[in-house]
Ligand binder design. Structure first.
Ligand code: CO8
Length: 259
């Protein structure tokens, strides 16, 4: 792949958007290769957590590729938007957690990519924003939906209507970002969190992810019904018996089988 790097270490896959000369902007090629890489990682059942980051120290992703978008008509733009949305939805519903390690500009499609991940860790130099209305378009890769769900409608509307960039400390204050780190410590922190997640029972983590995501779509009764189903399903796994036995036997080390 030309625009995506994939690295696997133990149970963690790191996907790097690698188009540094254009600040990792999401061209059709980048989105296509990202989509294929996600399928590749999905097929590798030894991967229990994924990190997505951008190449270089300047940008996570500076948005969809403006040069490529400029001459599209309405139909072509809708098609492009639908494709980007499908890739981001694949991330959001990915079978294991996905952490965004936001190492710089996360603008437009870059902010939307980060928001499709389960958890956002960022460099204290990162910059977030939805600048689309300044380009004559709306956010088109899920920004109008996920931003309001993450930070509330008021701040989402402020960000989208003003098109102003937001520094990392405010992104942290509004809950868009889980934690900030000095740039040089970001990847180590993301790996540490990913490895910590990967140590837990993978099926239970996946069930919890589905319960949270699916539960957010409905009312509390529907959400509780989803939780009951996912919780119950854990008791069909070897990992549940093993995890509880380890606790009762005061085992020092655990090594879940993902079964
Ligand atoms: N698309 C294409 N090229 C880009 C993009 C982009 N989004 N961002 C940066 N680049 C390119 C620049 O054109 C430049 O290329 P070149 O060297 O050939 O001139 C190179 O990357 C470096 O960028 P700058 O020289 O601009 O670097 P600066 O440090 O001066 O500025 C910024 C950095 C502030 C990040 C600036 O590059 C910028 O504002 N970029 C655009 C940010 C933006 O507006 N992003 C939103 C795009 S729209 C979007 O994401 C919508 C998503 C949904 C689409 C749905 C489609 C239907």
């Amino acid at each position: 792949m030309e625009t995506i790097l994939l690295n696997k270490e133990q149970h963690v896959a790191t996907i790097t958007i690698n188009r540094e000369r254009a600040l990792n902007a999401l061209s059709t090629q980048v989105l296509t290769e990202l989509d294929q890489t996600l399928d590749q990682v999905d097929a590798d059942r030894d991967i229990y957590c994924v990190i997505i980051t951008g190449a270089g120290s300047k940008a996570f992703v500076a948005g969809a590729d403006i040069a490529e978008m400029k001459d599209k008509n309405a139909e072509q733009a809708a098609e492009y938007g639908a494709f980007g949305n499908a890739v981001f939805r694949k991330i959001e519903t990915f079978r294991c957690p996905v952490i965004a390690a936001v190492n710089g500009f996360a603008l437009g499609g870059g902010c939307e990519l980060a928001m499709s991940c389960d958890i956002r860790l960022a460099s204290d130099q990162a910059v977030f924003g939805q600048p689309e209305v300044g380009l004559g378009i709306t956010p088109g890769f899920g920004g109008t939906q996920r931003l309001a769900r993450l930070v509330g409608a008021g701040i989402a509307k402020e960000m989208i209507y003003t098109a102003r960039n937001m520094k990392a400390d405010r992104a942290y204050a509004i809950g868009l970002v889980n934690a900030l780190y000095p740039s040089e410590e970001l990847m180590a922190a993301a790996l540490k969190m990913a490895n910590g997640i990967a140590k837990n029972a993978p099926i239970a983590v996946a069930n919890a992810k589905r319960a949270i995501n699916d539960g957010l779509q409905g009312n509390m009764d529907e959400g509780i019904a989803i939780e009951v189903k996912e919780f119950g399903a854990c008791f069909d796994t070897e990992d549940q018996t093993y995890g509880m036995t380890c606790f009762l036997e005061k085992a020092k080390e655990k090594n879940f089988a993902n079964k």
